[in-house]
Structure formats: structure tokens, C-alpha cells
Design a protein around this ligand. Structure first.
Ligand code: PLP
Length: 493
């Protein structure tokens, strides 16, 4: 049977007619129709292959045979809800727990990242008896009403009156572009003090903190890696106020960061959140997710007397899939692969930074890497249109990458974990060619006297208007992007 039911033009027509217009599509002027996928490759209706650098959902590789088999076998046997005893549920909970610090021992199985975060908010509010939530600038935590309220990535489009009065936004702990940067003496403390200041203000107004929620590494917010020690200090302030720390691992969990299974562990062994939410990679594309918390928080949730029931959460098929995903991660050493290939990719990109003025920053852990494009390394002028141009040019060469962050100028790598060094070579080679063209078109040149690895470390660094220092000097030999690349709307992935 052909994987294509309609001609592509008919698919587009039917989609326009029957699918909500706010459900956006990648590359809307020339969308891609994908009919098959395997590993880190996706295939369109003509059999053309695309290298997938963005699908962190297909964590162990698209259509991994072990996952497909586990799903099919369990579907043939039984699928029902969690009100019946089933070994898949308890075995999976036990296996998941084994990846986490001991005190995170109680699971709630749900079906999407949004459901997980919504439940996490309920747990925190029930445990603390408080209402106020602190979230981070540019954060995205899901599409349901309670989460749009705590997602500045989305609600910045609303008026002040439409914003939830119980939600407070702390600065993103971004040491490249944020309020306190890498050259600041102690950015972790400075950013944590911002959270403390919010707590103090909330208290003065009579409010009480239920939770602080953050992705362990901000993804839609621009691949931001918080400084080590930040979460510990925030947790201290939030606990003192009677609230909980929720770590959203929906994008970044399950070994992606390479050195650790969970991204919050990058902060150090002395940090353990009160609630962890998981999604996307957990089921390799099957809709499932999970909230893990402490016995104490779970007991408090129970004390409300209200039953928690979820029709699909924790069903035997989902749990079989979840188990297969955990098995493949171990069997194929995908966490190790993320570390090795991620390091290799980052090294290749670092070399590009020495060559291309448009690259302002490379940051990442394992196979979670961001490349921030700027038109000026001193002013950090976001190269938004240029980032979009890179994405579009790569697409023409059958490589799928996305750009995100508040300025949509951060190239985001979060490929399936089976991504190889050859894949990294290919995508960086293409980026090199595209950036060479863009540098030329914009007339950008690196200042020879300020090249990294030369005299850079001995020189007094230039500073911006806030007194922040920057590592590399840049000169503009011509003006900005006249006739430059096209702009597109942000499309979250
Ligand atoms: C960090 C984060 N949390 C939660 C969600 C919501 O997950 P879902 O789309 O599965 O509801 C997303 C989705 O993109 C996300 O990026």
C-alpha cells in the first residue's frame, strides 16, 4: 500500500479546509509531506531523504523496531485503564524511578507534556495551599489554559489585563544575552536573587508562592543553559516561602544532555526538584507523559479526597512503549552517543564561530545545542532573518533544523539520539557554506586582532552599554541586511 493517499496539493487543500488555521506547518510556502521515517531520517512522498536535526520526540530514532514491536505485542494482548492491576504499570514506574534521585518515587502517568505540567501545578498548589507561580521569561510549558498563563513565550502576545495575576516572571538565566552574563561575578546568585525579590514582592502584596517552574534547560526560550548553582539557590528561596520546585524535562530529559540522564542533574548532585515532568521523548512519538514527585507531595494531593483518574495515562501499551524506550537507550548506549556526538558537533560549530562573524554563541550539552546568530557581537543584534535563511537553505538541501528563542535567532539542534558524527559533519558543512554567503552579503568580517585563540585573552575586552564584556570583536564593513533573507513567524518545535 502506498504511504500517500492523496496528491500533495490535495493534502494541502484538505488541510486548509478541515484543520484549524492556528495549527501551523513548517515551511508554509512549500510544506514538506513526510510519509515514512527511520532513525534520524525522514522521507517525503517522492522518497527523498531529510536529515532530522530537530525531532527530540523520536528520541531513540523514528519507528525504532523494538518500540514498534513492544507496542504491537501489547496491543494484541490488552489495552485498558489503570484501574486494573497490571505489571507493565508498576514495572515501568520502578524502572523510571531507578533513573531518578531516591526521593522522587511516586509517578502519575498522563498523556502529554501539557497534562504533566498542569498536574504538577495542581500538586504544588494542593501541597502548599498557595496560589502564586513563578515562571521564567520566554518559557513555554504547554498549550492548556493553566500553562499559557505561565508561558511568557505565548502570553507576551496578550495584554496586561489578560495575564494571570498569580503568575510572576523571573529573568531567564541566560548568561549570553540576559541581565547577568558570563563575565558577571556570580550570575547564578544574581539570577536566584531576582527570584527571591519576586517572592518578597508577592509576600508584600499578600500572595503566597506555590511553585517555581522552569525547564532544566530552556529550549523554546533559546537553548539557555542556567549557571550551575542557580537551581539550588532558587529552591532554597522557594522552599522557604513554602513552595515547590518543578523541573520541566519535557524537552530535555532521557539522556539527551549526555553526562546525565536528567538535565536538572547538570546543576549538581545536591539539587533535587520536588516535581519532575516528562513528555515528548518518553514514548518515542506515542502520546504519553509522566509526573514524578515525592511521597510527601503525593500524600498531600491525596488528602484533598479527590480521586485522580486519567483514562489513557499509564495504560499497558504506553507502559510497554516506555519500557522499550528505556531499554533501547541502554542497549544502544544512546546517552553515551549524545555525549560523544554532541561534543563532536559542538567542536565543529566552535570552529565555525572562529570563521563566521554571524555566530555569536555556541552553547549546549550533549545533543541539545544552540547556535545564536548575531549581526554584531558587541551589541548582540539578533540575526533573526539570517537564522531563518539558514533554516530555509538547509531545508532545500534536505536538512531539517529550526530557529527559536525570543528573537528567533538561535539555531536549535535536538536530533534523535542516534545522530552520528557523519550527520554532524554534513549539517555543519552546509551551515558553513550558507554562513559564508550570508557573511559576504552582509559585509561582515571578524576583526583579525580580536580573533579567539590569538591575542584575545590578553586584551581588554570591549563592553556594551551595560558594562558587559564580550569575547570577540566584530567589525561591520557594510551596513545591515538590505535585500537580505526573508522573515518567518515563529513555529515552536
Ligand atoms: C518544555 C515544554 N513543556 C511542555 C510542553 C507541552 O507538551 P505537549 O505539547 O506534549 O503538551 C512542551 C511542548 O513543546 C515543551 O516544550
Amino acid at each position: 500500500m502506498s504511504a500517500e493517499k492523496f496528491e500533495k496539493s490535495k493534502t494541502i487543500e484538505l488541510r486548509k479546509k478541515h484543520v484549524g488555521p492556528s495549527c501551523k506547518i513548517f515551511f508554509s510556502h512549500d510544506p514538506i509531506k513526510i510519509v515514512q521515517a527511520k532513525g534520524q531520517y525522514m522521507y517525503d512522498e517522492k522518497g527523498q531523504c531529510y536529515l532530522d536535526c530537530i525531532n527530540n520526540v523520536a528520541h531513540v530514532g523514528h519507528c525504532h523496531p523494538d518500540v514498534v514491536k513492544a507496542a504491537a505485542q501489547q496491543m494484541e494482548l490488552l489495552n485498558t485503564n489503570s484501574r486494573f492491576l497490571h505489571d507493565n504499570l508498576v514495572f515501568y514506574a520502578q524502572r523510571l524511578q531507578a533513573t531518578l534521585p531516591e526521593k522522587l518515587s511516586v509517578c502519575y502517568f498522563v498523556n502529554s507534556g501539557s497534562e504533566a505540567n498542569d498536574l504538577a501545578l495542581r500538586l504544588a498548589r494542593q501541597y502548599s495551599g498557595h496560589k502564586d507561580i513563578i515562571t521564567l521569561e520566554n518559557a513555554y510549558h504547554g498549550h492548556v489554559s493553566s500553562l499559557i498563563d505561565i508561558s511568557p513565550y505565548k502570553f507576551h502576545q496578550l495584554s496586561d489585563a489578560e495575564q494571570n495575576q498569580f503568575v510572576h516572571v523571573a529573568p531567564s538565566p541566560d548568561v549570553y544575552r540576559g541581565k547577568y552574563r558570563a563575565d558577571y561575578s556570580d550570575p547564578a546568585t544574581a539570577y536566584a536573587n531576582e527570584v527571591k525579590a519576586i517572592i518578597d514582592t508577592v509576600h508584600k502584596k499578600g500572595g503566597k508562592i506555590a511553585a517555581f517552574i522552569a525547564e532544566s534547560l530552556q529550549s523554546c526560550g533559546g537553548q539557555v543553559i542556567p549557571p550551575v548553582g542557580y537551581f539550588q539557590q532558587v529552591a532554597k528561596h522557594v522552599h522557604k516561602a513554602g513552595g515547590l520546585f518543578i523541573a520541566d524535562e519535557v524537552q530535555v530529559g532521557f539522556g539527551r544532555v549526555g553526562t546525565n540522564f536528567w538535565a536538572f542533574q547538570l546543576q549538581g548532585e545536591d539539587f533535587v526538584p520536588d516535581i519532575v515532568t516528562m513528555g515528548k521523548p518518553i514514548g518515542n512519538g506515542h502520546p504519553m507523559s509522566c509526573v514524578v514527585t515525592t511521597r510527601e507531595v503525593a500524600e498531600a494531593f491525596m488528602s484533598s479526597g479527590m480521586e485522580y483518574f486519567n483514562t489513557f495515562g499509564g495504560n499497558p501499551v504506553s507502559c510497554a512503549i516506555g519500557l522499550a524506550v528505556l531499554d533501547v537507550i541502554v542497549k544502544e548506549d544512546l546517552q553515551g552517543n549524545a555525549l560523544r556526538v554532541g561534543q563532536y558537533l559542538t567542536n565543529l560549530l566552535e570552529k565555525q564561530k572562529e570563521k563566521h562573524p554571524l555566530i555569536g554563541d555556541i552553547r549546549g550539552c550533549g545533543l541539545f545545542v544552540g547556535v545564536e546568530l548575531v549581526k554584531d557581537r558587541l551589541k548582540l543584534t539578533p540575526a533573526t532573518a539570517e537564522a531563518q535563511e539558514v533554516i530555509y537553505k538547509l531545508k532545500e538541501q534536505h536538512i531539517l533544523l529550526s530557529a527559536d528563542g525570543p528573537h528567533r535567532n538561535v539555531l536549535k539542534f535536538k536530533p534523535p539520539m542516534c545522530f552520528t558524527m557523519e550527520d554532524a559533519d554534513l549539517v555543519v558543512e552546509k551551515i558553513d557554506l550558507i554562513l559564508t554567503e550570508l557573511d559576504d552579503a552582509l559585509g561582515l568580517k571578524l576583526s583579525s586582532t580580536l580573533n579567539p585563540g590569538n591575542e584575545c585573552s590578553k586584551m581588554k575586552m570591549p563592553t556594551d552599554e551595560n558594562g558587559h564584556q564580550f569575547p570577540n570583536g566584530l567589525v561591520h564593513s557594510r551596513g545591515s541586511s538590505q535585500g537580505g533573507p526573508h522573515q518567518t513567524k515563529r513555529l515552536k518545535t
